[in-house]
Design a binder for this molecule. Structure first.
Ligand SMILES: [Zn+2]
Length: 291
């Protein structure tokens, strides 16, 4: 009799779980997520999306550091030589003609320097962008582990990072450096190795190294004073995070990825998906245009 009750309860739990996923309520992990959300969110229209394991290693939010190396699928597929695209390199200089970057990131950077010029700050100079693993290997051999990361462990190996200098003076004091520290987050970029976070990043202060992560993530990190390491840890721990940026609310959720993972995504609005390069994907639900 007891056994029967046990199986009945188990079956009931399994059924309840199936119904829960079937309705596509986002992040039904112990209800933690829904408690964080405005009421309307739980009634949103969702559909299920199958996630393949390689998606953990693609996207704007990849964490690349000494611990987590770049996977081949993480390298930007739109790497271009900036000197060959005059339309993308207005308003800043290049230290040499071989500098490459993701085309998308170059466009965002171009928009950002245009805004800086509007504030009278215009002496930007890019000294480094995308580096192949081989180039990183040579740099590592030249500079050693105190000043360079091993091949495959540098953000420069994915094409979303760039070293930005000033033609006027040293970046930590230059108006270009100051402007970027203040405004880069509005354009999707973060100062990746801040002065007071060297223990977390494991890298000395680099006032020149900026990384593209996209909006709204850059603004959240700036507002909360989080490095990428800290931001991704918070998302994993809370599993759900909602942020209001420019009067619009974004819902950001972490989903662990194992062999066969299916996650609910909005059916009636846009979303972005990025791996964290560790163990999961981050889903960013974009605000609907009516909000
Ligand atoms: Zn750099």
């Amino acid at each position: 009799m007891r056994k029967w009750v046990f199986w009945a309860v188990l079956l009931l739990l399994l059924t309840a779980d199936a119904v829960w996923s079937g309705t596509g309520i986002v992040g039904g992990r112990g209800g933690l997520r829904n408690a964080d959300l405005p009421m309307e969110s739980s009634s949103r229209n969702n559909e299920l999306l199958a996630i393949t394991p390689d998606q953990v290693y693609r996207g704007n939010l990849l964490l690349v550091n000494r611990e987590y190396a770049v996977h081949a699928e993480g390298v930007a597929t739109d790497i271009i030589k900036l000197s060959e695209h005059p339309e993308l390199r207005e308003g800043y200089g290049l230290m040499d003609h071989s500098i490459r970057l993701s085309k998308e990131v170059a466009k965002r950077f171009g928009g950002m320097v245009k805004a800086a010029a509007g504030d009278g700050v215009s002496q930007f100079l890019i000294s480094s962008g995308y580096r192949s693993k081989k180039e990183q290997e040579q740099l590592f051999a030249q500079k050693g582990s105190d000043y360079a990361l091993p091949a495959g462990n540098s953000e420069h190996n994915i094409g979303f990072s760039l070293d930005i200098g000033s033609a006027g003076q040293e970046m930590s004091r230059a108006p270009e450096g100051r402007w970027l520290r203040e405004h880069a987050a509005e354009y999707g970029f973060i100062l990746r190795y801040p002065e007071d976070k060297t223990e977390i990043t494991g890298i000395e202060y680099e006032p020149w190294h900026f990384r593209y992560v996209g909006l709204p993530h850059s603004l959240i990190m700036q507002e909360q004073h989080w490095t990428l390491e800290e931001y991704l840890a918070v998302l994993k721990e809370r599993q759900s995070y909602s942020a209001t940026v420019g009067g619009k609310t974004y819902i950001i959720t972490y989903h662990a990825v194992s062999g066969n993972t299916v996650i609910p995504v909005p059916a009636d609005r846009g979303y972005e998906l990025s791996g964290n390069n560790m163990d999961g994907v981050i889903l960013t639900e974009l605000p609907s245009s009516t909000e």
